[in-house]
Design a protein. Sequence first.
Length: 157
Amino acid sequence: MLTAVAHLPAGTGDGGMLLADGMGQRAFANRSFIIQMLLILGILVITAWLFMKRGAKQLAVRRLLIICFAIFAVFTVIFPTILTQVANFVGVGRGADLLLYATVVVLLGVIAVQEARAKNEEKRTTYLARRLALDEARPATEYRAEALREHGGPRGT
């Protein structure tokens, strides 16, 4: 049996009620706590993966930006009303809409960076393939001499 124990600050998304079951354990009145914990766990796992995937060669500035983004993401999960207030300040109706717009901008930036990297890798691969072909090619005089041996000498004589 759940009984009301305390009120939380307004705007927490759960009606401000913290509930306790018969054994004294506390649980939030709605299930937003579950999704908040799942989102925070996902953010932390992805952040850790980004650090491990990049290794020691990654720039300190990039790591700092990743940490700032992770802190911001966790903050917006825990305090969604603040994101809504920021959205209202910049002229967007809801925090979720602001987050969507920001996500679209970041996604386009990531796509642009990946496209530039892909083009650079393609140019590098083409250069290396051409260089390898030239390095492994037989000299023209050697190729001509072998062709003449196979066909019995120069034609027209």
